[in-house]
Write a protein that binds this ligand. Structure first.
Ligand code: ZN
Length: 291
């Protein structure tokens, strides 16, 4: 697919998608290749399918309207003799589901699939929004996806291996979790288990509370989980319950905030309180007692 075409919104479905599934005897390197070919084919031909068997050595797929409208479209693939190569053993290419299948929403287009389609575009167009991806998928491939799927696909396209979970009820946003792959890999490879917990009130039109858990710091044995938080009562109790061996330390910023508040309550003058705050903050960043 040409990048310019996609940017100009002129991309039509590539011809080879229509022929990714052809006939009985057609061979594929693996079951994953069969699944991918099915995805291209169903998007080109605009129908949806369900797996009856979806295993390494056994793939059997029917048109989604087999049971409700008796559509005969089906495909069966299994390995060639004792090899790992998969071959189509049975294929019925006719649909009789007609209008029922015609406007199928291509629910089979996975995040991974969408991510692979938008990867090149996102490299040069970092301003693209999830809603643009959603519209592009519809105009280019007649694939209907929702906003969350478009967003998740963007994260997958730009940060393969990332985890995104969007929790929504009745199309109403509830909560969001994002962990970029670079963080996951970095945390596993180089960090000692160090966990920052925090929460902040969101003041713009979305409101709510943004909870964050961040892992950081160079690796240094022994492995002992270190939690850093504002030591709120609830967090303290939870950590004692779930991570009894963890070392729970207090976040400097929160400590200084509390200190400031106490200084005021004790009736210290503002300039004195500010100097003491600064001394406390600077002491917290020293590595030795004499410093
Ligand atoms: Zn059908």
């Amino acid at each position: 697919m040409l990048l310019e075409d996609m940017l100009n919104h002129q991309t039509k479905i590539p011809t080879e998608w229509h022929t990714s599934i052809r006939k009985v005897g057609q061979k594929f390197d693996s079951a994953a290749e069969v699944r991918l070919a099915l995805q291209y084919y169903s998007i080109a031909k605009r129908f949806e399918y369900d797996f009856y068997h979806n295993e390494q050595r056994h793939i059997r797929v029917y048109c989604r309207f087999k049971h409700t409208h008796g559509c005969p479209w089906m495909l069966f693939a299994s390995p060639l003799r004792n090899l790992s190569i998969m071959s189509i053993k049975n294929f019925e290419s006719t649909h009789t589901c007609g209008q029922h299948g015609e406007n199928a929403g291509n629910l089979r287009a996975s995040r991974k699939f969408i991510a692979s389609q938008i990867q090149a575009v996102l490299k040069v167009r970092s301003d693209l929004r999830a809603v643009d991806i959603k519209n592009d998928m519809l105009s280019n491939f007649s694939i209907k996806i929702n906003y969350s799927k478009a967003y998740e696909s963007m994260v997958h396209a730009t940060n393969t291996g990332s985890r995104v979970v969007i929790d929504a009820d009745d199309r109403r946003f509830r909560r969001l979790f994002i962990s970029y792959n670079a963080y996951i890999e970095g945390f596993i490879a180089r960090c000692r288990p160090l966990l920052f917990l925090d929460g902040t009130f969101i003041k713009d039109r979305y409101r709510g509370i943004l909870l964050s858990a961040t892992g950081e710091n160079p690796y240094q044995p022994p492995h002992r989980l270190i939690v850093i938080s504002d030591a709120d009562k609830g967090i303290r109790a939870t950590i004692e319950e779930f991570f009894p061996d963890a070392f729970h330390s207090r976040c400097v910023l929160h400590l200084v905030e509390n200190f400031k508040k106490n200084m005021k309550d004790f009736g210290h003058k503002t300039n004195v309180a500010t100097t003491l705050d600064e001394l406390l903050q600077s002491a917290a960043y020293k590595f030795t007692i004499s410093e």
